[in-house]
Design a protein around this ligand. Sequence first.
Ligand code: MN
Length: 416
Amino acid sequence: MPLLKSWIDSANSPETDFPLNNLPLGVFTLGGAPRCGVAIGEHILDATGLEEAGLLQLADTPVLDIPFWNEVMELGPEAWDGLRARLTELLREGSPEQDKVAPFLHPMAGAEMHMPLAVAEFTDFYAGRHHATNVGTMFRGAENALPPNWLHIPIGYNGRASSVVVSGSDIRRPWGQVKAPDEDAPRFAPSARFDLELEMGAIVGQPSDGPVSVDEADQMIFGYVLLNDWSARDIQAWEYQPLGPFQAKATATTISPWIVMRAALEPFRVPTPAREKPLLPHLRDTGPMLYDIALQVDLTPEGGQPVTIARTNYREMYYSSAQQLAHHSTSGCPMNVGDLLGSGTISGPTRDSRGSLLELSWGAREPIALGDQARSFLEDGDTVTLRGAALGDGYRVGFGACTGTLLPALEDPYAR
Ligand code: MN
């Protein structure tokens, strides 16, 4: 698909994350109350304002009068397509409605972004093979790197919707119970191995009540965001057996401010990697279920310059979000509008394509260079920025930045 040209010049630049092909959905403020908006070039289109003015009608009653996109998700796939078609009509080059739309455009630079959806529940997976192999090798040795179930199901755990925050939110270094292998007893301390995880988040836009197929699951997905699953490795190492991570993952999870709708990514579909063992029929691929999305992690020390510490691609995943969602429903677990599914850390096959510091520094045995500094895990004041874009011919369908700064731990919260 070529670039769709808009009457907004900045949307036609090959550098922008937000050409007319993209039309991602967010929630913004310009001093007043939060409103639903659509990113286009260097501008935000006030979608709530368009609905109020009668220029955008998605249902019989308003659906953009709450500062979340959940009500649009509830309308279903036909309405999703209708939204994109109407926005395209309003913003395309030569649109006869240009003069009516122009007052609803605001410079993105002056806006503050908020959570684009009300997250119903959050589940995080462990579905990248390079990541699982790296972590397994560090903790269990190369022979037993992948758990025996890994090639048969996308392993996941139920996380906390309450801890999902939008890009730009500060992250406070947590305290927790830790015990190093050479210590006799656990202690309560600030996490000394605080990490990032580069992931994509899939947003469930339609409910289910009972098991769904991979194809049905695919159609239930409304869109995608970038996702940083902040992880306290020392807390995780002590707590994770036998029920999986708990407090290590509960401090915060940051998502990018713009939901890129699934329709915008369709031209970039790619297959999952070759299967080492065939999946059971209900989880088998029925077509290309991943997307070719170039990803990178930038790390900026306090007062310093950003350094790109990893480059990889969403197509490195072993399981697609559709397979994860289908697996999630097999027990009959109801899935709801606004559920967020983390892909699992996305690492590639090479050292510079690893999606966490745990892997990049190989458990602190091989610290990475960061300008004139070195890093094994995050230090106070570090800013982590994830970026991602599907690359078209002369344009990009991007997600905007997913960023967060690590603040120092507070005093011992129980010392009083
Ligand atoms: Mn994770």
